[in-house]
Design a binder for this molecule. Structure first.
Ligand code: HEM
Length: 418
């Protein structure tokens, strides 16, 4: 478990389902998750939480900051890009991108995995969703989003937004979005419409095409929310496997078997039960989003506490992942808890790595496939050993991944099928 979640779980144990953190009320526990799931739109809104960020991107039509009908409409525009058929089509490209990275590795080489996963995932995401390569742009994309998003907590220093490096990163990111959109307008070089094509064809809730600023911002959504989250999960997953040799062996055997007939397809990937359970357990123990922030619309009562309207509230969704009545021995990494008959994740409001309610992650299905295909391709291609790791594994929300560790390539295994 990482430090941020640990302190929220501790506070919940000591102070109950409503407590204060640095002046902001925090809701946690199963009832808080139910509240978000069932009454998210009624009690909470998102727009006010993102005021600084919206100013930076120059539009208020941005999925994470929309509420009600406008929000539902924007999700319906985006949804086809995250449908099962779309994901099945992404799969070979995700595997090839991973293979292209690993093929350069040599026996004895040392590799820092967190940055490697981030570079790999951004390239996979860019190619499958936008048919556009953003290799080499990771640093400026991260710089822009990390600074702009930090305004969510109202603590953004105005000078951070004037820092020349930040301003340059912001210009570069929007230039990238403009190039991407312009090329999609002019050429359709791919057979299936991709995420950018969907946005170009979309109509807003008044039947008008998305205005230019909303279009550019929407084109960047996968890079804001889909990179550090997936890379974070892959990083912790591999770290855990390298620490637990029996688990590593079991997952590798399963992966080897699935590659026997050639590169596994969508159906074959779904048969990787051991890897699937390890992925779920990683999402439980190392949630990439330790909390979500909302704006309280009007005063309401929750668990005997009055929550004042017109101010932000934090909902520490994954605190339930560490409650022993829901997940026995919660500090133990135990993938079997997801197997029948235990199926501990099926308890309503218990397992929420992708949040819950109206803003629940639209990319959850894609993320799970991306994690499984990346790790499977890696295990099939190389045998690795852990070289370094920090004493405590530390992370800072979705936008500030920090889990430094390196691996050594012990053996380059079979060449991957083409
Ligand atoms: C392990 C990987 C991932 C995790 C743990 C994760 C987690 C989350 C969480 C917790 C939220 C809700 C935030 C909130 O309620 O404020 C969210 C929203 C979202 N996620 Fe993910 N995510 C992951 C991967 C992805 C990927 C790969 C994509 C797309 C490429 C994606 C797209 C989105 C979008 C568009 C939203 C906003 C939905 C809305 O506001 O309606 N996510 N994600």
């Amino acid at each position: 478990m990482h430090n941020q979640v640990l302190s929220l779980v501790r506070a919940y144990g000591e102070r109950g389902p409503v407590f204060d953190l640095g002046g902001m009320p925090v809701l946690a526990g199963r009832r808080a998750n139910h509240l978000l799931a069932q009454s998210g739109d009624r009690y909470f809104s998102s727009r006010e939480v993102h005021t600084h960020f919206l100013r930076e991107i120059g539009t208020d039509n941005f999925v994470v900051a929309l509420d009600g009908d406008r929000h539902r409409h924007m999700r319906s525009i985006m949804r086809p890009a995250f449908a099962r058929e779309a994901i099945a089509g992404y799969l070979p490209h995700m595997a090839h991108t991973t293979r292209d990275t690993i093929e350069r590795w040599q026996s004895g080489q040392q590799v820092e995995m967190v940055e490697t996963f981030r570079r790999l995932i951004i390239e996979q995401t860019a190619l499958v969703m936008t048919h556009w390569s953003v290799a080499g742009e990771l640093a400026c994309i991260s710089r822009f989003f990390r600074t702009a998003v930090s305004g969510i907590f109202g603590r953004i220093a105005p000078q951070a937004l004037q820092d020349p490096d930040y301003v340059a990163a912001k210009h570069r990111v929007f230039a990238l979005a403009r190039d991407m959109v312009r090329e999609h307008r002019v050429y359709q070089t791919h057979l299936e419409p991709d995420y950018i094509d969907l946005l170009l064809a979309a109509r807003d809730e008044r039947g008008q095409p998305l205005d230019e600023r909303a279009l550019l911002a929407a084109s960047l959504v996968p890079f804001l929310v889909g990179i550090d989250t997936v890379a974070h999960t892959c990083s912790f997953l591999l770290l855990t496997l390298l620490r637990e040799s029996d688990l590593l062996q079991a997952v590798t055997d399963e992966v080897d078997h699935s590659f026997e007939p050639g590169m596994p397809d969508f159906a074959a990937l779904r048969q990787l039960t051991a890897l699937h359970h390890v992925t779920m357990e990683t999402l439980r123990m190392y949630p990439a989003a330790p909390f979500t922030v909302r704006w309280v619309r009007e005063e309401f009562e929750f668990e005997g506490h009055r929550l004042k309207g017109g101010r932000p509230v934090m909902i520490a969704t994954p605190v339930t992942h560490f409650l022993p009545d829901l997940f026995p021995d919660p500090q133990r990494f135990d993938p079997q808890r997801f197997a029948d008959p235990r199926s501990e994740h099926r308890q309503p409001g218990a397992f929420v790595p992708f949040s819950t309610g109206p803003h629940t992650c639209i990319g959850a299905g894609m993320a799970e496939v991306q994690i499984v295909v990346t790790i499977a391709t890696l295990l099939r291609s190389v045998r690795l050993a852990l070289v370094t790791q920090s004493g405590t594994v530390e992370t800072h929300s979705t936008s500030g991944l920090k889990v430094p560790y390196s691996v050594r390539v012990l053996e380059v295994r079979k060449p991957l099928p083409r």
